[in-house]
Design a protein around this ligand. Structure first.
Ligand SMILES: [Zn+2]
Length: 800
């Protein structure tokens, strides 16, 4: 692949790029994004979020990287710090790179000399940690006496499996390009070039023929190619795709050649990064063979594997795509990184095809399943983004595997780069947010100013200011949701099939318009100060899922514009929402609350709550006002119940538990995580022992230990029966039914075993009942002996 002539040519091209001349590539996306550096967002929705990112998240994440050993990894590799202590994961270097990438974007949005100086210091440490031949991977360079079990004795040996060496490189390149573009400094870029040149020497046909275990280096190399003009980087990115499969695992998309893949499977983040990389290489090489594959995979995702929030990757089992229509809500994985990857991928699909349906998916992901990944305060984070909760979920201050945290840090300030795109003299308006932008078309420069209260209001005012009168085409995206098609395909539909008109005017004159690929096409000679006014019909919709999604059966979700809503405890009676039902005919009103959750629309509707009663299967129903808030804003007021999908039939509701001895008891346990306690007395019977869509209590990773749970009654009760439903997620998970268990009761301050009248049973997928001679007591305890090699868990423990 590499010969001397090419290498010489590459060198001169690189020189051109760096001497300030524009390096002109042969091929790239037919549509080009308008860079984040040209778009200045100034609205009331995104600008404050980007400000929180700059003022809170970036400094917070940098401080956490330091506190959690990531900076020390580089210092030790650079021999500026003694010892061989390393942080937890070999991919920890990427958190520093991603924080630098985010900081670079943010400094472009708003200058910050202090941060700039700090980043310079970091970059000099990273440079010092790089080995002389360009290799950069602190976990090997530190030469720990006991090397991390993932990394292998030699370089790249474990790359296809666990070492993440190339994953680290990919994030380094992305950071280096962002830093170079934002600051004009070549410091990090030079480090990246030295590293990429090493990869070019090591990998390729006839050299080391291995694929990256965790994709992203493909995207990084394409960016490096664009900036330096070194075609060897592009060739290597293409090689890393072509060398993949068919002998590897579906887990990381290596079970088939990439061109033979037509369905989304395996680890969702790796997959989304790979599909993004495939789009990049198709665009940059003009090689269309990847397109059939990613077009098919995209169809598979939007028709069968996409959450209404835009989240992807349904299952925590391998952090992976589930089967078609497998979209559980409470156990939804929908990793924040996967949402970010979904935005990257859909943006590339748009740049290839020029169709607004890709931006529909991008926008849905952005306003919902991506934005939910960070708290309003900017310093708490979700890794999975569930669509229902019994209070067991809450954002974390830090996660030892911090991928989602640093990914959010870098994504938010890059957002201005997704608003516009251009193709010669066609200017695309993809996202609606207040901003002022300077865009270079083939014929001349245009300043565009957007003013809007989107996503709360559907009115968008666009001022067009060409430097001189200029004929060009403005392509204004008409979102799918405004045409009663929330998502391309048939996975989700609005209950109301009737679309209201989208209105467009130019300089106050109503304008009829044609649409092409989802865009209103406005071709004319534009002059300074021309006003385009777009009025999108913002109304509250009820969304239905395809009947094949069993988890959304007899339920609907509220949506307004691009924003998906949820019911959350603090806004609803008794802080409960799982027991709520709303009729499909209920009239829903939306009102803006400036003082709630930094300003949100709240949807209210007349609904019902249901609760169980003792000694009867009949549910008690009561009318109540139901309130919904935007999904992205949930979990900012402490742990609480939440649901996106609202039952409209009693069969789908989860009634409030009846006041049994268990439900009125206080739970204590050898388990220290108190958030799991409520699970054992919530009166929900799971489908089977491995059902993760209902909360459960578990002792994983403990094994072979003796554990307990205990009910302290509200008063003295006579009890004579215990029913326990075990959690068991074999063969993949770590919990199995216990080795043994017994029931004890409190007698004169001592725990005494009950005298069982039938034998104890221990089986899966149903209740294990034991009866015993009645005892008069204030507390009952279950002692559980965990299996030798596994942990155990409990779905439900009922007593009588
Ligand atoms: Zn992640």
């Amino acid at each position: 692949m590499i010969n001397k002539r090419k290498a010489a040519c590459v060198l001169s091209l690189s020189m051109m790029a760096f001497t300030g001349q524009l390096f002109s590539q042969q091929k790239d996306y037919p549509i080009q994004p308008v860079a984040f550096t040209s778009v200045h967002v100034n609205d009331n929705f995104w600008q404050p979020k980007m400000e929180v990112n700059a003022n809170v998240t970036i400094p917070y994440v940098l401080a956490q990287c330091k506190a959690n050993g990531r900076m020390d990894n580089f210092l030790r590799a650079a021999k500026k710090l003694d010892g061989d202590k390393l942080s937890e994961f070999p991919f920890d270097d990427t958190d520093v790179y991603k924080a630098i990438e985010g900081a670079s974007y943010s400094m472009q949005n708003k200058a910050n000399p202090k941060l700039d100086k700090y980043i310079d210091t970091l970059i000099s440490i990273i440079g010092a940690a790089q080995e002389p031949d360009g290799y950069l991977y602190t976990f090997r360079t530190v030469h720990a006496k006991k090397p991390h079990e993932w990394i292998g004795a030699k370089r790249w040996e474990q790359e296809e499996v666990l070492s993440h060496e190339l994953y680290d490189c990919g994030h380094l390149y992305e950071a280096a390009v962002a830093h170079y573009q934002a600051t004009g400094k070549r410091t990090l870029l030079n480090i990246a070039i030295k590293n990429a040149d090493l990869l070019v020497k090591v990998f390729g046909p006839g050299k080391l023929e291995e694929y990256p275990g965790h994709q992203i280096v493909e995207i990084g190399l394409s960016k490096m190619y664009r900036v330096t003009g070194n075609k060897q980087y592009l060739d290597l990115a293409k090689f890393f795709l072509d060398v993949r499969g068919p002998k590897g695992d579906a887990y990381n998309q290596a079970n088939k050649k990439v061109v033979d893949q037509h369905e989304a499977e395996g680890h969702a983040v790796r997959a989304a990064y790979m599909y993004t990389g495939m789009a990049d290489i198709a665009a940059l090489t003009g090689d269309t063979k990847y397109l059939t594959a990613i077009d098919d995979i995209w169809g598979d995702v939007v028709n069968k594997k996409l959450y209404i929030t835009g989240g992807i990757g349904a299952t925590g089992n391998g952090e992976a795509f589930g089967d078609a229509y497998q979209l559980p809500n409470m156990s939804a994985y929908a990793e924040t990184c996967a949402a970010i990857g979904n935005v990257y991928w859909n943006n590339r699909m748009f740049l290839l095809h020029g169709d607004s349906k890709y931006i529909d998916v991008l926008e849905r992901t952005l306003y919902n399943g991506l934005l939910s990944g960070v708290s309003l305060s900017g310093d708490r984070f979700f890794y999975p983004n569930p669509l229902a909760s019994m209070s067991q979920h809450q954002r974390s201050a830090w996660i030892s595997c911090a991928c989602c945290i640093s990914n959010m840090t870098r994504f938010l300030p890059s957002l201005p780069g997704y608003v516009y795109a251009k193709n010669k003299n066609d200017l695309y308006i993809n996202l609606f947010m207040g901003n002022s932008s300077n865009i270079k078309l083939a014929l001349g420069n245009v300043n565009i100013v957007q003013t809007t209260d989107y996503p709360w209001k559907g009115k968008v005012d666009i001022t067009v200011n060409p430097e001189k009168s200029l004929e060009f085409t403005l392509r204004v995206r008409i979102p799918g949701w405004a045409k009663q098609q929330p998502v391309p395909g048939n996975l989700y539909t609005f209950m109301d099939k009737k679309a209201l008109p989208v209105m467009l005017s130019i300089n106050g004159q109503p304008q009829s318009f044609v649409t092409e690929k989802g865009y209103a096409v406005l071709k004319r000679t534009w002059k300074k100060g021309d006003q385009v006014s777009l009025l999108l019909p913002m109304k509250t919709e009820k969304v239905l899922a395809n009947p094949l999604v069993k988890d959304d059966k007899s339920r609907f979700a509220f949506e307004r514009g691009p924003v998906v809503y949820c019911l959350e405890g603090p806004d609803n009676k008794d802080s409960l929402v799982q027991n709520i039902m709303v009729d499909t005919n209920a009239i829903a009103n939306a009102n803006y609350h400036a003082d709630l959750l930094n300003g949100v629309d709240v949807i209210s509707a007349e609904g019902k709550s249901t609760k169980r009663q003792l000694n009867s299967d009949q549910l008690i129903e009561a009318n109540q006002q139901v309130k919904a808030i935007p999904y992205y804003a949930w979990a900012n007021r402490g742990p609480s119940e939440m649901t996106v999908w609202i039952p409209y039939e009693a069969s789908a509701a989860r009634p409030k538990p009846a006041p049994t001895i268990a439900s009125t008891s206080k739970v204590t346990s050898s388990l220290k995580n108190t958030r799991m306690y409520a699970a054992i007395k919530d009166q929900y019977e799971p489908a089977d022992s491995k059902d993760t869509n209902y909360p459960y209590l578990h002792w994983w990773p403990a094994k072979n230990t003796s554990e307990y749970v205990q009910y302290d009654f509200d008063t003295t009760h006579t009890v004579s029966e215990s029913k326990v439903y075990w959690f068991d997620d074999g063969p993949w998970g770590g919990c199995r039914i216990p080795a043994s268990y017994k029931i004890l009761y409190l007698k004169d301050g001592q725990w005494v075993p009950v005298k069982n009248t039938i034998p104890y049973t221990i089986s899966k997928d149903g209740f294990n009942t034991v009866t015993f001679e009645p005892v008069n007591t204030t507390a009952l305890r279950m002692e559980i002996q965990l299996p030798v090699d596994n942990s155990s868990g409990i779905h439900e423990w009922a007593i009588k």
